[in-house]
Design a protein around this ligand. Structure first.
Ligand SMILES: Nc1ncnc2c1ncn2[C@@H]1O[C@H](COP(=O)(O)OP(=O)(O)O)[C@@H](O)[C@H]1O
Ligand SMILES: [Mg+2]
Length: 219
């Protein structure tokens, strides 16, 4: 099982949007996937509850029997949505569990300052240093080739983490959140532009999953 941890200590940075859409992408690829919602606000769980039964299924991992549930469901993927304020030991623990980490980041000065300590902690964690945990930054609410995107790139130059996608600001994500959908559940006519923006992200996730499978064998 591959565990993708979505983290950024700032509320509203796009964690749940990323978690639900990553899970939606995997489900659409007929993968056995679950969302592990660690946020007391339970936004991702609410989204799962609203998800139409006809859409590709995504399981929920409960807080009590996570390991057992994962086994029973024979999961291929677990997507962990984390709460705001994640730091210190809790953050290091999340990094230990992760096979990959995705960090949504909005290119506003406030968000970048807030992310700085978080990214430094991640970079210094044993998980990153010893296991070479892949960490990908997802630029949220921004188009590539804009001034904001450049600012974000400059800010990230001090870290070893790549920007693996730029996702635009659009009501499509807001609408999806409301109805339990991901952009991958929408018809091409509505989501083609967003599918295009997700391509480098999904490629990055798939590539790192393969590497890990080869390294550790099938777990
Ligand atoms: N790319 C985007 N375009 C438009 N709205 C977005 C986008 N990403 C996130 N949002 C909206 O911003 C709000 C906060 O995002 P959310 O994923 O809940 O953040 P977090 O989980 O980090 O608190 C939500 O209402 C979500 O629908
Ligand atoms: Mg959230």
């Amino acid at each position: 099982m591959q565990t993708i941890v979505i983290a950024n200590p700032k509320g509203g940075s796009g964690k749940t949007t990323l978690a639900t859409n990553v899970a939606g992408w995997l489900a659409g690829k007929r993968q056995r996937v679950a969302i592990d919602d660690r946020d007391p606000q339970q936004s991702a769980s609410g989204w799962l509850g609203r998800r139409p039964a006809l859409f590709p299924p995504i399981a929920a991992l409960g807080p009590e029997a996570r390991r057992k549930d994962a086994k029973v469901l024979d999961l291929q993927w677990r997507v962990v949505d984390t709460p705001a304020g994640l730091h210190g030991e809790e953050l290091r623990e999340a990094a230990r569990e992760a096979d990959q980490m995705l960090v949504p980041l909005t290119p506003s000065a406030y968000d970048m300052v807030a992310a700085e300590r978080f990214l430094a902690t991640v970079a210094e964690s044993k998980a990153v240093r010893q296991r070479a945990l892949p960490v990908g930054i997802v630029a949220m609410r921004v188009d590539a080739r804009t001034h904001s995107a450049t600012e974000l790139d400059e800010f990230l130059a001090g870290f070893d983490f790549p920007v693996i996608a730029h996702l635009r600001q659009t009501q499509v994500y807001v609408w999806c959140a409301r109805v339990g959908a991901s952009v991958f559940d929408l018809p091409r006519s509505r989501a083609e532009q967003d599918w295009e923006q997700w391509k480098p992200l999904t490629r990055w996730v798939a590539k790192h999953a393969d590497v890990r499978e080869q390294r550790t064998g099938n777990r």
